[in-house]
Structure formats: C-alpha cells, structure tokens
Design a protein around this ligand. Structure first.
Ligand code: F6P
Length: 341
C-alpha cells in the first residue's frame, strides 16, 4: 500500500505532527510506503509529489506549519477527479489522506462518496468549528497564544489606564474568543453566535473601569453588534445571514472611546494564532489522528475521517462532519456572561 498525504486550506499548528504520526505508524506497523503531495489538491492535480520516508518526518511533532505546503486549490478545478485518478495511477498512490478543515473535508467527502476515490480525512482547524469531533488540533495552540497575548495587553493597558480591544480569529464562530476571553478574565467577550448591542459593550467597559480595572474586550473576528450598519462590509454573510463586518476591533475602538471617554486601543492578533510550535495537547492529538488515519486506510473505509470523541479517537463520515458548523452553545454563553463587566 502506498499512501499519498496532503495538507489543504489554511495551515495550523499540528499538521506536521499528523504527517509524522501517519508515516511512522504506516511504515512500522504495516510496511506501507508514503508519497508527499505538495500544496494540497494542487499537487494531486499537477502531479507535484515526492516520496516520503521515515527520515523526512524526523523531529516534526513540535514544528509549526506543514512540510508539504498548502493551498486553497479546489479539488474540482484543473481536471478534477479524473486528473487525480491519472496522477494516482502514475505515482502508484493507492489511497490519499487529506488533512484540512471544512472546505477540504467537504471536497474529500465528495471525491470519496460521489467519485469513488480512495480518500480519508483528518480534521484540522484552529477555529474548532467542525462538527462530529470534540476538538480539532490547532485550536488549543490558538487559544493559548490568544490568552498569552491578552495577558500581555493587560499590563500595558493598566499602565496607561486604557481599554484594550483584542480581535481573535475563528471565522464564523467564537470558540477562540470564548476560551481565551474566559482564561484571561476579559471584561467583555463578543461572539458571532450571540450578538449584543453597542450599549451592552459600553456598559461592560464602564463597569470594569468603575471598579478601577483597565477594561479588556475580546472580540471574535466574525462578531457583529446588534444594530450594526451592515452596508460597511464586503466579506460575505455571517451565521445570521447578515453581511460580515471586516476589522471589527478597529470599528469598535473609536466608538468605545467616544461613548465611555476611556482611551482605547485595538489589536488584531491575526496569523500569529496559526504560526509556530503546537502545544503538547495539539501535538498528541495530531499524532493520534495521523496514526488513526492510516488504520482507516488499512480498513479501506473511504469517506471516513479520524475524529476525537471524549478522549477516544473514533471514525466518522466526512460528509457528516461538514454538514453544519459547530457553534458555541447557549449554555457556554450563559456560563461566561455572569463573569463579564
Ligand atoms: O480557518 C482558519 C482561519 O485562520 C480563520 O480563523 C480565518 O478567518 C482565516 O483562516 C484566515 O484565512 P487566510 O489565512 O486565508 O487569511
């Protein structure tokens, strides 16, 4: 058996650990061969591949990024499944492990379920928005980086008697904001799932200020306040079907300053949350998922992905995992709300 591996979509800490886990398990347990596919589906469509040996994955569990490179190339572009079949035959690739987020897994599910291609998946996203898996690797690293950054912003905010607003990633969901906001003791946490009014935000900021604190506001990039002018954005629709606002922290900072009289600074953490070394939790999860993906290939369960259920690695259909986004649930919002202000 020769297995092709690709990483597709946005990168995330832990991708290299998946590759290492899969290659080591495949070679040691089953004597399989491996082919690295460069830059996601692009490599499979353009025949850009190379043999992956044990030595290529040495020391990879703690290294950020992906040694295979990644791209957002759509699997149905450039000849699509037919072209992939040709490239797989040419390189004697018997199965493909696709590591990626919602878009990648949706494409992989179609290739397996509709085209009959031997593809299995490993879920990856720092956003933690994939259904049918409890956590995705990369998320723990992102929430840790965000928490540390907020802690650092707090000391400068206190020195200058300022309000700090910190924008974190998450695309359409608020998992990073919720966790980092809770971990760092933020005074306002703004999630796309639970829009609040501008007045509520000002009230939380003022309440912290009145107790002598430097107010900390953590906002998910997909958040939009209730009553926002939706014409100001061209970034697509949010989970409520409204037009998304780009640069929410920069939008809110001057308004907070104007309505509370407190000097306010905005910080957008951006791709810092995706770069660098994964946490121990993400390394272990990613390694286990990579190893499990090889077992799914061994069992020829095309269309399935390795998943985390509690503390166990399980198997689920990729199509089910991308059916709907995993949103922050009401009870997590109710739980954190009492801590705000
Ligand atoms: O899905 C991961 C993610 O980092 C989101 O949180 C963010 O909205 C997006 O990717 C950024 O994508 P890009 O790297 O293409 O700018």
């Amino acid at each position: 058996m020769n297995i092709g591996i690709l990483t597709s979509g946005g990168d995330g800490p832990g991708l290299n650990a998946v590759i290492r886990g899969a290659v080591r398990k495949g070679i040691r347990a089953y004597g399989y061969g491996f082919t690295g596919i460069r830059d996601g589906w692009r490599g499979l469509l353009e025949n850009d591949t190379y043999p992956l040996h044990m030595v290529d994955v040495r020391g990879l569990s703690g290294r950020g990024g992906t040694i295979l490179g990644t791209s957002r190339t759509h699997p149905y572009s450039q000849g699509g499944p037919e072209r992939m079949r040709e490239v797989m035959v040419e390189n004697q690739i018997d199965a493909v492990i696709a590591i990626g987020g919602e878009g990648t897994l949706a494409g992989a599910a179609r290739l397996a379920d509709d085209e009959g291609l031997p593809v299995v998946g490993v879920p990856k996203t720092i956003d933690n928005d994939l259904d049918n898996t409890d956590y995705t690797f990369g998320f723990d690293t992102a929430q840790s980086i965000a928490t540390e950054s907020i802690d650092r912003l707090r000391t400068t905010a206190e020195s200058h008697h300022r309000c700090m607003i910190v924008e974190v990633m998450g695309r359409n969901v608020g998992w990073i904001a919720l966790q980092a906001g809770m971990a760092s003791g933020a005074h306002a946490i703004l999630l796309p799932e639970f829009p609040v009014t501008y007045d509520q935000i000002y009230a939380w900021v003022r309440s912290a200020w009145d107790r002598g604190r430097a107010p900390i506001v953590v906002v998910a990039e997909g958040f939009a306040p209730e009553g926002m002018d939706t014409q100001v954005s061209d970034r697509g629709l949010d989970i409520h079907g409204r037009v998304r606002l780009g640069g929410i922290a920069d939008h809110l900072a001057p308004l907070i300053e104007e309505h509370t009289g407190i000097e306010t600074r905005a910080t957008v953490l951006g791709h810092l949350q995706r770069g660098g070394s994964p946490t121990a939790y993400d390394r272990v999860l990613a390694t286990r998922l990579g190893m499990a993906a090889v077992d799914i290939v061994r069992d020829r369960q095309w269309g399935k992905m390795a998943s985390l259920t509690g503390t166990d690695i399980t198997r689920v259909g990729m199509a089910e995992a991308v059916d709907q986004l995993k949103l922050v649930p009401q009870h997590r919002w109710d739980e954190v709300k009492i801590l705000l202000g």
